[in-house]
Each structure stands twice: as structure tokens, then as C-alpha cells.
Design a protein. Structure first.
Length: 131
């Protein structure tokens, strides 16, 4: 059984094909996956919904992954999601992303199964409270 089962994820990427593929693969692992095409939309969604983790691109129009990291860092600890970043550019190093609160940075292109395996092995076990 997947450790991801029952978790809720937010996938943020302006590349629709990659975003939708990740949503499908997460859904296959019984994750409730929602999506946004930019950081600004994701930040707005997080005002109304609690998610367990976020998978986000760094470089996007209408708000970057850095903007999203900053917004999440200001959230109350009990509802703060874990974040995995992904990028095809060198505009944010993994070290910088980790210092800003990201769990991991994946360089594009990457194998989605590697990302999913990482999530299985590294997300916190406990289910966050939704209240």
C-alpha cells in the first residue's frame, strides 16, 4: 500500500502536460491531487484548502515557485505543507530552495517515478489535521 494514500497534493506548473501527468500518477496512488498553473493561483487555493504536500515548478508566469515558498513559509505550522520543487533552469539552486523551506529540488527532465519514490520515502507519516 502506498504511503501517499489519503494525502492531498497541489501540483503547480505552467506546463499543462507535465502537471496533468503528475496529477494522474498521484491519483493512481490514491492521492487527492489538485492543480494550479501558476504560483499566484496556488497561493489563492491555499487560503481555502489544506494540502499535505506541494510539487511546484520554479519558473512560471504569474508568480514563481520562490513566491510560493515564501507564502508557505508564513503559514501556521500545523497546516504548512511540505514542498518539492522542480526546475529546468539554474535560477534557483537546490541549496537555496532547501534554505527557503523546500524538501527537495528535482532538475527537469526527471523520471516521475523517481519523484514519486522520493515522496513515498520522505514525506511525514502523520496526516495533518484538516480542522
Amino acid at each position: 500500500m502506498s504511503k501517499l494514500k489519503g494525502k492531498k497534493a497541489l501540483v503547480v506548473d505552467d506546463e499543462e502536460i507535465l502537471r496533468e501527468l503528475l496529477v494522474v500518477q498521484l491519483t493512481d496512488k490514491e492521492v487527492e491531487a489538485i492543480e494550479a498553473s501558476c504560483a499566484n493561483d496556488a497561493i489563492e487555493m491555499l487560503q481555502n484548502q489544506v494540502v499535505d504536500f506541494i510539487i511546484s515548478d520554479v519558473r512560471m508566469p504569474n508568480g514563481t515557485g520562490v513566491d510560493l515558498l515564501k507564502a508557505v513559509s508564513e503559514m501556521p505550522e500545523e497546516i504548512k505543507p511540505e514542498i518539492v520543487m522542480m526546475t529546468g533552469f539554474a535560477d534557483l539552486s537546490e541549496e537555496e530552495a532547501l534554505q527557503m523551506g523546500a524538501l527537495k529540488m528535482f532538475a527537469k527532465p526527471f523520471r516521475n517515478k523517481d519523484l514519486l519514490s522520493y515522496l513515498e520515502d520522505n514525506l511525514k507519516e502523520e496526516k495533518k489535521k484538516k480542522d
